[in-house]
Design a protein around this ligand. Structure first.
Ligand SMILES: [Zn+2]
Length: 271
């Protein structure tokens, strides 16, 4: 047996949940990096970051225990007003696949319930276009252009679109690229900036960031969760597309089929 496999066997144990997945509890070894662990378990570094709150690229310590789900997937905590159909849409998939992954006999769910969403079912139903995709399923609460700022009350330019969605809603990379910035940025709160060959995209007000600077992310990969950090009146994603450092109207680049709902002034906005 290869030394690597032996090491894996003595440094981890598994726990089973009610769902069709189990958690590997892995003890960090000398010379491990987030990337090497992700390769060992055939998961993306983002998945490890999402499952291990507080973990960062530099905080990894020998002996530290991290959890990794198998098969790869994400947890979603049911919010008030959620239905299985709406949750399925937030992962751009269908309810029946979530039902199966969680051994549910019906569509009845309860607030606070944790649902396991296998990576393999994400993006299966829609929002899988070739170029840009919608980063979040939600309600457009503010468009691109001049407006009265919801917090400052001043007439100002809104450099992106705001998509309102509950805290914890997954955010997916709209296009493949390299993470250029991941961290706090003033009124943008927790923010991720991804650079592709021709564009930069900005994702702001996150509740958590699941990528690190320098990481390559694929279109459709989970990069964080919706929040309300920075200058914001409620959970939403502020999404920007920039060309040569200049913000352009994302609606001209996102798929013409609007997967997100359009509704003005539903009360979540900000920078
Ligand atoms: Zn905004």
């Amino acid at each position: 047996m290869k030394r690597g496999i032996v090491l894996l066997l003595v440094t981890m144990f598994v726990t089973y949940g009610l769902s069709s997945y189990f958690l590997v509890h892995y003890k960090v070894q000398k010379n491990d990096t987030l990337y090497s662990i992700s390769l060992n378990f055939s998961v993306s570094p983002s998945l490890i970051l999402d499952w291990n709150p507080g973990l960062t690229l530099t905080s990894l310590r020998v002996g530290q225990e991290i959890v990794i789900p198998q098969p790869p997937g994400y947890l979603y905590t049911v919010k008030k007003g959620d239905t299985l159909v709406i949750i399925a849409k937030r992962f751009f998939t269908v309810a029946s696949l979530i039902r199966r992954a969680n051994n549910l006999n019906s569509d009845v769910i309860y607030v606070g319930q944790k649902l396991f969403i296998p990576e393999s079912i994400i993006g299966r139903a829609f929002n899988n276009e070739k170029f840009f995709i919608w980063p979040v399923y939600g309600t457009i609460s503010s468009g691109f252009g001049w407006r009265i700022h919801p917090i400052t009350g001043k007439y100002s330019f809104h450099s992106g679109v705001d998509i309102a969605a509950p805290e914890g809603t997954p955010i997916f990379a709209a296009e493949s690229g390299i993470v250029e910035f991941a961290g706090k940025n003033g009124g943008y709160g927790l923010m991720v900036k991804i650079k592709s060959s021709s564009y930069e995209h900005v994702y702001a007000h996150l509740s958590r960031i699941d990528v690190y600077e320098g990481q390559y992310v694929k279109r459709g990969q989970l990069i964080g969760r919706v929040g309300s950090t920075g200058l914001s009146t409620g959970p939403h994603l502020h999404f920007e597309i920039r060309v040569n450092q200049k913000a352009v109207n994302p609606m001209n680049y996102l798929p013409s089929r609007i997967w997100v709902l359009r509704k003005e002034l539903i009360g979540a906005g900000g920078e």
